[in-house]
Write a protein of this length. Structure first.
Length: 142
C-alpha cells in the first residue's frame, strides 16, 4: 500500500517551463534546481529516466520538498515539438549548460544557476543512488 503522503505529494510535483521562474521559486522556497535535458520521443535513456526515476513516488516526494524541476526537451517528432517560445528557452539553456548536446543530461543547480552535480546518461545505481545523491547535496546546502 502506498502511503497517503506519497499520493498527495505527487500531485504537487510539476516541471517549470521557464528557467528564470524556476530560479525565483528556488530562491523563495530555499530549494535547488534540477535541470534535465531530454529527447522525450527518441532518446531511450531519457525515456527510461522519466519512467524509472522522475515518475517514481520516492523521487516526487523528494522533489516536492527540496527541488524545483526544469525540463529542456528536444523531441524530434514534429507533432511533439513544444511551442516556438519554449524551444527558444530550451536552446538558450542548452547553450549555457549543455553545449555538447548530451542526452539525457541532468544537472543539480543552486538557485543562482551554479552547477553542484551533473549526471550524463541514465544515473548509475538507478533511483536509489540518484535520490540519495540529491538528498545528500540538498542537506549539505541547507
Amino acid at each position: 500500500m502506498i502511503p497517503i503522503f506519497y499520493l498527495l505529494s505527487s500531485v504537487f510535483t510539476e516541471w517549470q517551463p521557464d528557467f528564470e521562474t524556476a530560479k525565483k521559486l528556488a530562491k523563495t522556497e530555499h530549494k535547488l534546481i534540477l535541470l534535465n535535458f531530454s529527447g522525450s520521443d527518441w532518446c531511450g535513456p531519457c525515456i527510461k529516466m522519466k519512467t524509472e526515476i522522475f515518475d517514481n513516488v520516492d523521487f516526487k516526494a523528494l522533489a516536492d520538498t527540496a527541488l524545483v524541476l526544469v525540463n529542456a526537451d528536444f523531441p524530434r517528432n514534429k507533432r511533439n515539438q513544444p511551442p516556438k517560445e519554449q524551444q527558444q528557452h530550451n536552446e538558450l539553456l542548452a547553450e549555457r549548460y549543455n553545449h555538447e548536446g548530451k542526452f539525457p543530461l541532468t544537472l543539480l543547480l543552486t538557485a543562482n544557476g551554479t552547477v553542484l552535480k551533473s549526471w550524463e546518461g541514465f544515473p548509475t545505481g538507478g533511483i536509489k543512488a540518484f535520490n540519495d545523491a540529491l538528498k545528500q547535496i540538498s542537506d549539505e546546502q541547507h
